[in-house]
Design a binder for this molecule. Structure first.
Ligand code: PLP
Length: 448
């Protein structure tokens, strides 16, 4: 794009476009980055720079950019039936087929699917569904949903309330009533002087203490991301999830896994619940379900909850674009490609372990206090002093500085405070992993 076109676009954007999760003043001062094209794991900006997308968009473009199979599936469905709804006893082939396909992939007895248009809508659906479930079972006082500080469950009122991000709560008077939080199992950030296993168990047992403090008869569900993504790729210590499941079962609290990031191979399993040996009552998915080519989400529902819902009369809930036919057709094609190319197995046995090995090699850099990861998720912690693991003062902005150096190197890496995180497309090659790690190292050198 000629310079003048780019600048004209930036001017239009600055004048009329309010961006999500963006500091408006910074945008007015620095202008927007214009991304024009994608192919495989790479993006091209309006200046012609090639950028390795270490975040797969927003954790979603798992099959990479430019996949013909997904484009053709969308094209064919747009011609066949571009839209119809699923309300009032109606279905269409893409939604019915996709529900059956997902039921065959999901762990445990998650045999029923409620479609939405996004991850946030999944979590709003969860809130309404679990409260409706308990009301139908004659326990309407079971309304409280417990989640975790620093969790991310979306941006709608319910999603942001379930989430535990204080700046989000601060805007709009959240959380909504009957949504409470316990601490996260963030060992490096909040317990690095303690044994990780003991720390994980202690954090899980906060759930039991919270249930007892509230009164078990009031608690409807616990919701958590298997690995907290937006909070900084926080991987719970072993023992954490089994203990959470044990506590949920003991008090008959529904277990909801938010697999909006972790689902569809990100951890080397179709769903991370399999990896952690969990049998959730509900499971949320979005993002990788279509590789980000179409907006789609789904709540998978176990037999017990589904039976109550089915026999409970009309559930007054749904979205115009619940299970949009084009999105469902793309999801079906996406799953078929993943199966044909054994994408999940490759993440588990080959590219996941390779990325983790290469990523761990950054641990010798003087700015790095910890590296961690699972599958194709990884994080590193920036520290001012590697020997003592002392953090930078918060106003240093080391994470943001490092992120900008990554961009200059042609790499998208995200900063959550001073935690640098990646979540590249699942189709990344060994050579591209090497490129990612080399660029990350150069960015760290420049951040020093
Ligand atoms: N849940 C999790 C775990 C997420 O990471 C996200 C988005 O990043 C959401 C929910 C919200 O999804 P969406 O942005 O599609 O509404």
């Amino acid at each position: 794009m000629p310079e003048s076109n780019k600048e004209a676009l930036q001017r239009l954007d600055a004048a009329h476009h309010l961006h999500p999760f963006t500091d408006g003043r910074a945008l007015q001062q620095k202008g927007t980055r214009v991304i024009e094209r994608g192919e495989g794991v790479y993006l091209w900006d309006a200046d012609g720079n090639r950028i390795l997308d270490g975040m797969a968009g927003l954790w979603c473009v798992n099959l990479g950019y430019g996949r013909q199979e997904l484009i053709e599936a969308a094209d064919a469905q747009l011609r066949q039936l571009p839209y119809y709804n699923l309300f009032f006893q109606t279905t269409h082939p893409p939604a019915a087929r996709l529900a059956a396909t997902l039921a065959g992939l999901l762990p445990g007895d998650l045999h029923h699917l409620f479609f939405t248009g996004s991850g946030s809508e999944c979590n709003d659906t969860v809130v309404r569904m679990v409260r409706h479930f308990w009301a139908e079972r004659g326990r309407p006082e079971r309304r409280v949903i417990i989640s975790r500080n620093n969790a991310y469950h979306g941006s709608t009122l319910a999603g942001a309330s379930l989430g535990g991000m204080k700046p989000m709560h601060g805007q709009g008077g959240l959380p909504l009533p009957d949504m409470v939080h316990i601490d996260q199992p963030y060992h490096f950030g909040e317990g690095r002087d303690t044994d990780p296993h003991a720390f994980g168990l202690e954090r899980a047992r906060q759930l039991e203490r919270k249930i007892l403090a509230l009164g078990p008869e009031r608690v409807a569900a616990f919701i958590g991301e298997p690995v907290q993504g937006a909070g900084g790729v926080i991987i719970p210590p072993d023992g954490y999830w089994p203990e959470i499941q044990r506590i949920c079962q003991k008090y008959d609290v529904l277990l909801v896994m938010d697999e909006v990031i972790c689902g569809f191979g990100r951890t080397g399993h179709w769903f991370a619940s399999e990896y952690y040996g969990l049998a959730p009552d509900l499971l949320c998915m979005a993002k990788g379900i279509t590789s980000g080519y179409q907006p789609l989400g789904a709540v998978a529902v176990g037999d017990r909850v589904a039976e109550t819902l089915i026999n409970g009369g009309e559930f007054f809930h749904g979205f115009t674009y619940s299970g949009h036919p084009v999105a469902c057709a793309v999801a079906q094609a996406c799953i078929e490609v993943m199966q044909r190319e054994q994408v999940v197995e490759r993440v588990r046995d080959d590219i996941g372990p390779y990325l983790q090995r290469r990523w761990a090699s950054l641990g010798d850099h003087p700015l790095v206090g910890e590296t961690r990861g699972l599958g194709l998720l990884a994080a590193l912690e920036l520290v001012a002093d590697q020997a003592t693991l002392q953090r930078f003062p918060t106003d240093t902005g080391a994470g943001l500085i490092c992120r900008e150096h990554c961009f200059e190197q042609g790499l998208v890496m995200r900063a959550v405070g001073d935690t640098m995180i990646i979540s590249p497309p699942l189709v990344i090659t060994h050579e591209q992993v090497d490129e990612l790690v080399e660029k990350a190292r150069r960015a760290l050198d420049l951040t020093l």
